[in-house]
Design a protein around this ligand. Structure first.
Ligand code: C2E
Ligand code: MG
Ligand code: MG
Ligand code: MG
Length: 288
């Protein structure tokens, strides 16, 4: 009997793995059509200056509406896109779309775009960024590219070269999710970053955990001595807002300030509303 149930369990796990493998293959192939089938879109989350709470820019975050599964989170589909190489056309699409949208914003706010490690491994990233900016008519100093530390480990020399080339074009580069994973302080020395984003895990534990708060303080200190502004990610409460401000983070981001959403008003919306109000005014005038 033990044998039978053992076989039963093994068969169950086989079936389970089979199902997972099939689901993953299905997602892989669905992802290849996601762009042309208009299933991808971007949401924008504000970044604020802590001293006055003013919005200084927005981070573009990718979303995928799957026809059967609904919203698939990026933490699930980005790794798949990286494995299959689909991240290259998708990454291009994100850059072009985000730059075009940001060029329409009424105020000259900054635009942050996440770049995957895979995009650094191909020779075309610099060209893609340049042409996305040119086609959109967006000034390079409006764009910030966010790279996680894990991404830096793939091919250090190549990544450093590309980062320098991008910076020469006037684009800023940001180290994302700092303090987790393959964190190393030498990364701050070797890579020409303009800004550091502290991973949200530290911010989310800082209220109860003195160690998290000390680490934030230390990262801000390192940032100050390297002249790198430090952004606090994942600020959800007013207490966290006050604490990161006290610790000297010049910028912050998180649900407390704003959820990822439609982004700022665009000049297209503005001219549409002006046209509408003009229409109403015109009607009122003609009735008068
Ligand atoms: P990230 O670049 O670190 O983006 C921040 C993530 O934290 C976003 O999750 C955002 O919605 C979430 N977040 C912001 N504030 C808060 C908060 O106060 N509390 C909590 N719990 N979460 C908060 P999202 O949109 O699910 O994206 C997850 C990750 O997927 C991103 O992390 C980024 O690494 C990746 N990703 C998203 N869009 C793109 C993209 O266009 N290209 C690439 N390569 N990666 C992307
Ligand atoms: Mg990011
Ligand atoms: Mg982050
Ligand atoms: Mg992240």
């Amino acid at each position: 009997r033990a044998k039978t149930s053992g076989r039963g369990v093994a068969a169950f796990f086989d079936a389970q793995m089979d199902l997972e493998a099939r689901q993953r293959r299905q997602l892989e192939s669905d992802l290849r059509h996601a762009i042309t089938r208009n299933q991808l879109y971007l949401v924008y989350q504000p970044l604020v200056t802590t001293v006055d709470g003013k919005v200084s820019g927005y981070e573009a975050l990718l979303r995928w509406t799957h026809p059967d599964r609904g919203e698939v989170p990026p933490d699930e589909f980005i790794p798949i896109a990286e494995d299959t190489g689909a991240i290259l056309p998708i990454g291009d699409w994100v850059l072009r779309r985000a730059c075009r949208e940001a060029a329409l914003w009424v105020e000259p706010l900054t635009l942050a775009v996440n770049i995957s490690a895979v995009q650094f491994q191909v020779a075309t990233l610099e060209e893609t960024v340049t042409s996305a900016l040119m086609d959109a008519g967006l000034a390079p100093d409006r764009l910030e590219l966010e790279i996680t530390e894990t991404a830096l480990m793939k091919d250090r020399d190549q990544t450093i070269r590309v980062l320098h080339a991008l910076k020469e074009r006037g684009v800023r580069v940001v180290m994302d999710d700092f303090g987790t994973g393959y964190s190393s302080l030498s990364n701050l020395q070797s890579f020409p970053f303009d800004k550091i984003k502290i991973d949200r895990s530290f911010i989310q534990t800082m209220e109860d955990d003195e160690a998290a708060r000390s680490i934030i303080r230390a990262i801000v200190g390192i940032g100050k001595s390297l002249a790198l502004p430090v952004v606090a990610e994942g600020v959800e409460t007013d207490t966290q807002r006050r604490m990161v401000q006290e610790e000297g983070c010049p910028q912050a981001q998180g649900f407390f300030y704003g959820f990822p959403g439609a982004g700022p008003a665009s000049s297209a919306q503005l001219s549409a509303s002006q046209a509408n109000s003009g229409l109403i005014a015109g009607r009122v005038a003609s009735h008068a």
